[in-house]
Ligand binder design. Structure first.
Ligand code: SER
Length: 340
């Protein structure tokens, strides 16, 4: 039987790129992309769907013969702190709806992203492992940790094959991120190209786990394509790409845009970042389904600047096209220095 896929939240930062990747893998006719926004020419979604409308999801699943759901709709950390009731409802109720439908309609597989936000101030700050103290202190983090428990519960009690990844901050050039604490790592590229100046809302040495979107999409596809018996984590897998602080990213961008002027003006998002680990261990993902990230700070920065300057119709400064000697960045030293 052919896989028939429903993506919920297809116009968001992950959805925009995952929809394209899933259409490539399963055929466009087998992937239904839905979002709270009505379809517009070029938007990439087929239908308007409110993830809090249980009946509507159920109807689509039945009518379209859906076998897999990718539930991507969520409210991120910074917005979640401003709208706690709405964040809780959106993040948890949507998952419960989808898990219930998966159980009742006997769907094959569900994907639901968790986040490094599940960790809290008492979790290890460096090389944070899969199993450790996990006591989130943001609404977003609490909602994701709760969701992880629900995923595990539905797998254990009802056999729902739900799979999940704890994504780090995601960096991409297509759709913008929506209200997270790691958004600066995307904004900085736009401002660096347009104004050669950026005011960062985190302190310069706030190191956080990050990942380039092509790696995040590949990780999702690889996890979903892994045979069921190899998946032993039914809450959510730690997933690591790179770790850096705003000053590291600024230094990487300056290799191409030397004029980049940074100003640091931490706001309420600093407190959120302070509760998260600086770096993550992802041994289980590597061991159980062969995870291996491709991009580091250097290659991500080069690709982001190339792709974004093209999209913006800008001429790439000489230094961008001549990658040549790209000195190593003190990422590990940075983390090392802070850890010791
Ligand atoms: N990128 C997310 C946020 O900042 C973390 O998962 O909220």
């Amino acid at each position: 039987m052919k896989d028939r896929i429903l993506i919920i939240g297809s116009c968001g930062q992950i959805g925009t790129e995952l929809t394209i990747a899933l259409r490539k893998q399963h055929g466009a006719e087998n992937v239904i992309a839905s979002d709270i926004h009505a379809p517009q020419p070029g938007s990439g979604n087929d239908i308007q769907l409110d993830v809090l409308d249980h009946e509507q999801i159920e109807k689509i699943v039945k009518e379209c013969g859906i076998t897999q759901i990718y539930l991507l709709a969520a409210m991120l950390s910074a917005n979640g702190e401003q709208n706690s009731d709405a964040a809780w409802k959106l993040n948890v109720q949507s998952l419960l709806s989808v898990l219930k439908i998966a159980k009742e309609q006997k769907l094959d597989k569900i994907f639901w992203p968790s986040s490094i936000a599940v960790f809290g101030p008492d979790s290890p700050r460096y090389n944070c492992p899969q199993q450790t103290r996990i006591e989130p202190n943001t609404v977003y983090g609490i909602s994701k940790r709760t969701g992880e428990y629900w995923c595990s519960y539905y797998f254990e009690k009802h056999g729902v094959d739900v799979r999940s990844l704890r994504f780090p901050g995601l960096i991409s050039y297509t759709a913008p991120p929506g209200g997270g604490t790691t958004d600066y790592a995307v904004d900085i590229f736009h401002q660096a190209l347009e104004k050669q100046a950026y005011t960062c809302f985190l302190e310069e040495d706030t190191c956080l786990p990050m990942m380039y979107m092509p790696d995040a999409i590949r990780a999702t596809l690889e996890l979903m394509n892994t045979p069921k018996e190899k998946i032993h984590i039914r809450t959510s897998y730690n997933l690591a790409g790179m770790s850096f602080a705003p000053c590291d990213l600024a230094a990487a961008i300056r290799k191409y845009i030397p004029e980049l002027k940074m100003t640091y003006r931490p706001d309420s998002r600093q407190a959120i970042a302070n509760g998260w680990p600086a770096s993550i261990r992802d041994d289980q993902a590597r061991k159980e389904w062969g995870w291996n990230p491709e991009y580091n700070l250097k290659s991500m920065t080069a690709d982001m600047l190339q792709k974004l300057s093209k999209i913006k119709g800008m001429t790439i400064p000489e230094t961008i096209s001549q990658q040549g000697d790209f000195p190593d960045f003190p990422i590990d030293n940075h983390i090392f220095a802070k850890a010791h």
